[in-house]
Unconditional design. Structure first.
Lengths: 237, 375
């Protein structure tokens, strides 16, 4: 209880899970059961709830958790795209450094099929799990694109000829290479972020600030700053 | 037959209406007691008129054309329409002017997010009363109104919309970088703020202050520790605080990073928080430059409460429907005399109501979701 000052923290399952649990352990939380039991969702005794990363902002915005950890990719995808639209009403407090990935535009190796489609047909088809990030990037770079939203294995889409390119998150580029895809553009680098509910940020200010201060004091390695830089993905193209 | 209504809108049935009415009647009695007269304005206005105000993120989202081709919008708040009323109908009146309202406003929504398209707001506008007295009066009415509804644990976050811009100016942040820093702060993105600072080439003590000052919030010690560059706004907040009764002052959390999404705020701004709800119940602030866009320049301050959010917070604090009225009576015995509450409690106790076939049918349907689905 005292390790988080009575705050409830939303912890993402998946790629960010280990880094987040390491962080909580470094703060003095007893994370034994959290690591051992991957079916349990609610760990009330240590103030932790677990969920998929894209649900973290939802729970934090609603106040079901005071704080949460999620990827910048999730926050960007759920952010306001137009003025007046209103993104997630959460505070983004800290870049935790780990879970470093890059959002890229990739297409099949060889002459870029996306460029050819754009030249001959005036539009490129792009498959992605991040339709809003993809649409915004293509719009900002002045290209007409038809965004195809898929839920898994985006790499399949260009191999079947359904699309000419994909927008996806990659850490090492291995999956892309294995599917004969090369990175054409890097859109944004994403890391794990600590977010807070706006009401908890005011009403539990002391506990939130104490946790923030202790997170900042942790050695860089515990915060994932020691992780190797993303290899130059463009160089592999 | 099921006939859909647009997402973010809803039908309010008698049981809820009774509870909402108890809240709005309580609020209205407090507003009236403080001298705020209720006004109605049209839900539809000319877009060209409302556009005089800088609404930023709260600008009207719904437009229609009238028979002569003029563009009408559904109002997105009541502050701008009341500014119009003051300029049009009170041009020769001596300020201060006090208005209250209970009105539906219309906002655009993101799908699947549970956001209301139509929201009932209860609020006041105090026109012609400058800081700090006007601000202190608005905060006092706000707290008295919330106290009267029986809300227990709420706090009022109090900041100043001019604080961060003043901090940037005094730290000589280049003009071109200011909008982006303010944007990051408005998005509550401190990681983005730090990044924007380094991109703008701001380093050292200036960067540390710009990143750290907006994260300061808490009791009056926040004002005492504030840096010299923010003194003007902080002095203003301190003056307001000194004018508040102890009971109201105890509700205030100073928040040096408070930014509201509506563009017309100029000085003190505030948000109402309650631990029972993950989002602010309402808020307001000073808009000393808004009235001049419609008529004579007058300082002004006001607030709006989301009645549905207030209702949710009350229910959340109490955990149980119907307890709202019981608590209001138990906590504040002197309020029993208020007609609205007496009328409602009479209704609650009325056995004839239980026998009303329409109501019985209603509650039976609510009690059985499976049956509702079949229907």
């Amino acid at each position: 209880m005292s390790a988080t000052g009575g705050l409830t923290i939303a912890v993402p399952r998946g790629a960010l899970f280990d880094g987040t649990v390491d962080l909580l352990a470094a703060l003095g939380l007893d994370t034994g059961e959290l690591r051992a039991n991957d079916r349990k969702l609610l760990f009330e005794d240590i103030g932790v709830i677990t969920m998929r990363p894209s649900d973290v902002p939802t729970y934090v915005e609603a106040g079901a958790a005071d704080l949460g950890v999620t990827g910048k990719d999730v926050l960007l995808e759920q952010a306001a795209q137009l003025p007046g639209e209103g993104g997630r009403e959460v505070y983004e407090l800290l870049d935790l450094g780990y879970g470093r990935c890059t959002m890229v535009l990739a297409s099949e190796a060889g002459p870029d099929p996306a460029v050819e489609a754009l030249r001959r047909l005036g539009v490129m088809r792009v498959a992605t799990k991040y339709p809003r990030i993809a649409a915004r990037h293509l719009e900002q770079t002045g290209r007409q694109a038809e965004i195809v939203e898929v839920k898994g294995s985006v790499e399949l889409a260009p191999l079947t000829g359904m699309v000419e390119a994909i927008v996806d998150l990659t850490a090492t580029g291995t999956t892309l290479r294995e599917n004969n895809l090369v990175v054409r553009e890097r859109i944004v680098v994403c890391t794990a972020r600590l977010i807070a509910n706006p009401v908890a940020h005011k009403l539990k200010a002391a506990a939130v600030d104490d946790l923030l201060a202790r997170l900042r004091e942790l050695p860089a390695a515990a915060r994932g700053r020691g992780a190797p830089e993303t290899p130059d993905l463009l160089a592999s193209a | 037959m099921i006939h859909p209504i647009p997402s973010g809108t809803r039908d309010v049935l008698p049981e809820e209406t009774r509870e909402v009415r108890a809240i709005t009647d309580t609020l209205r009695a407090v507003f009236e007691r403080h001298g705020y007269g209720e006004v109605y304005t049209p839900a539809l206005e000319y877009e060209s008129v409302l556009q005089r105000a800088d609404m930023a993120d709260a600008r009207p989202a719904y437009r229609v054309f009238d028979e002569s081709g003029a563009v009408l919008v559904l109002r997105s708040d009541m502050t701008v329409p009341i500014a119009r009323v003051v300029a049009t109908r009170y041009a020769s009146s001596d300020p201060p002017l006090r208005f209250c309202y209970f009105a539906h406003c219309y906002r655009g929504v993101r799908p699947q997010r549970g956001q209301p398209r139509e929201l009932l707001q209860a609020g006041i506008e105090l026109v012609g009363s400058p800081a700090p007295h006007g601000t202190a009066e608005a905060l006092t009415v706000l707290c008295h109104a919330l106290d009267a509804t029986g809300l227990k644990s709420y706090r009022v976050g109090l900041g100043d919309a001019s604080l961060f811009p003043a901090l940037m100016a005094s730290l000589r942040v280049p003009e071109h970088a200011r909008a982006q820093l303010l944007h990051a702060l408005a998005l509550r993105d401190f990681v983005g703020l730090e990044l924007s600072l380094s991109e703008a080439g701001i380093a050292g003590e200036a960067a540390a202050l710009l990143l750290e000052v907006p994260q300061r919030r808490g009791g009056p010690e926040v004002l005492a520790d504030a840096p010299a560059q923010a003194q003007e706004a902080v002095t203003g907040l301190r003056r307001v605080h000194e004018l508040l009764d102890p009971a109201v002052a105890a509700r205030v959390i100073f928040d040096l990073g408070l930014v509201r999404h509506i563009g017309y705020y100029t000085g003190a701004v505030f948000d109402v928080y309650d631990p029972a709800l993950g989002a602010p119940i309402g808020g307001g602030g000073r808009y000393d430059e808004l009235l001049a866009r419609f008529g004579p320049s007058l300082p002004a301050v006001g607030f709006a409460l989301g009645v549905d959010r207030l209702h949710m917070a009350l229910a959340g604090e109490e955990r149980g429907t119907g307890a709202l009225l019981a608590r209001a009576r138990a906590q504040e015995p002197e309020r029993v005399a208020e007609p609205a509450l007496v009328a409602d409690s009479a209704l609650e106790a009325d056995p004839a109501r239980e026998a009303d076939p329409a109501l019985v049918a209603d509650s039976a349907r609510e009690a059985d979701p499976a049956r509702e689905a079949e229907l």
